[in-house]
Write a protein that binds this ligand. Structure first.
Ligand code: FES
Length: 391
């Protein structure tokens, strides 16, 4: 039976009187307000709990995974909130220099609530300093700063299909470990995850024991080796026909994480299968060019607050590396030209963004460069925004 709603439409005079009463009530409230500070707005308090910014965390475990990779576990004094598939940043102070790098989280969100988080680190040829330090010099008990819960390579039951096909390469297996744990830990999770994990040889497979332990009714990992012809499992590259062997492309959501070259290859294969690649979720960092022996250097003038600093910047290195080398901190998250955290205002000079310039319209229009992705092409003058100052 339809219910009736009582609506009373006031006359203009009544309405104006109402406004007068409101103003009078407000004045009364102000005059009789308590002198005590207003308590924190609960929404702001919640947001601060979920997005804590930099958190000091202690290294509690380092497990070597071959010579060039390690799983590092941190413990923080508070819950760490993140979704399976997200990444964190590690900030490291060496001497008077602070640098930050992103690493995908391998642990589950449930472990995060206990203040525990793990990452997989592999030394990279194009980024020799930071990852090598974590892999070789870091010790249990060391304290570092983490920013947790970044990136959008996450499973979303509203957006994604229940069947997920992940394609991983190298250290890109990390977010799928976290997703696999989250799926296995929750009976309510609607997702089934199949991951095609590309490596050159068996010795290059990372986290192999963990992968084996995660195999379940709803989680499957398939190794695909490109340089081991005698391997009894899948061999070669992750091609369209291999993808079709493991899924019905019309019934899955695709997630990619790995080297940029793998991303380009797999996206082409997917497009031959009629997959709309705009719907493929991918987190594949652009690789940095290897240093040139005859690289040009340019003068970089840097405004930071009231300071004006001058330094040299190489044409073959992103601006952020030149700034970090000179001890100038710039906030960064993804380090692959997507999030915009490292933006700097370009006052003068020319620069080139690495391939796939993903800057926002506003940033292009007002000449902001994403310093993790921008290379100098002349002498330059830049300004570091206030939000990039060290906390
Ligand atoms: S750190 Fe994300 S764009 Fe540079």
């Amino acid at each position: 039976m339809a219910s009736k709603i009582k609506v009373k439409i006031r006359s203009f005079g009544e309405d104006a009187m109402g406004a007068f009463k409101v103003a009078k009530q407000r004045l009364h409230n102000i005059l009789h307000a308590s002198e005590k500070d207003i308590e924190e707005d609960p929404i702001t308090e919640k947001a601060r709990t979920l997005h804590r910014g930099l958190i000091k965390a202690k290294v509690t475990q380092i497990e070597k995974d071959g010579e060039h990779a390690s799983k590092i576990t941190f413990s923080a004094p508070c819950p760490l909130y993140f979704s399976a598939g997200q990444y964190l940043t590690v900030s490291l102070k060496l001497g008077d220099k602070v640098a930050t790098r992103p690493y995908s989280i391998t642990s589950s969100p449930a472990q995060g609530k206990e203040g525990i988080v793990s990452i997989l680190v592999k030394e990279k040829a194009d980024e020799p300093f930071f990852s090598r330090y974590l892999n070789r010099d870091l010790k249990v008990g060391d304290e570092l700063f983490l920013e947790v819960g970044l990136g959008d390579l996450t499973l979303n039951p509203i957006r994604d299909k229940a069947e997920i096909l992940g394609v991983a390469g190298g250290v890109g297996i990390a977010p799928f470990l976290s997703m696999a744990k989250a799926i296995n830990e929750s009976a309510e999770s609607p997702f089934h995850l199949t991951v095609l994990y590309g490596s050159r040889k068996q010795t290059d497979i990372l986290a192999s024991k963990e992968i084996a332990s995660l195999e379940s009714e709803r989680v499957h990992f398939i190794n695909v080796l490109s340089e081991e012809p005698d391997y009894p499992g899948e061999k070669g590259f992750i091609t369209a026909s291999l993808i079709q062997k493991y899924c019905d492309v019309t019934k899955v959501s695709f997630f990619l994480c790995g080297p940029h070259v793998m991303e380009e290859f797999v996206l082409k294969e997917l497009s031959t299968l009629g997959v709309d690649i705009r719907h493929v979720r991918s987190e594949c960092p652009a690789s940095l060019p290897l240093p040139k022996t005859d690289a040009k250097t340019y003068l970089l003038k840097v405004h930071r607050g009231i300071e004006l600093l001058e330094l040299k910047a190489r044409e073959d290195e992103p601006l952020i590396i030149a700034l970090e080398r000179a001890g100038i901190y710039v906030h960064s998250c993804c380090r692959s030209g997507k999030c915009g955290a490292c933006r700097v205002e370009v006052i003068n000079g020319e620069f080139e963004e690495n391939e796939n310039d993903a800057r926002r319209f506003y940033d292009v229009a007002y000449r902001y460069a994403y310093s993790c992705h921008a290379y100098p092409r002349s002498d330059m003058e830049i300004r570091i925004p206030i939000e990039s100052f060290p906390a």
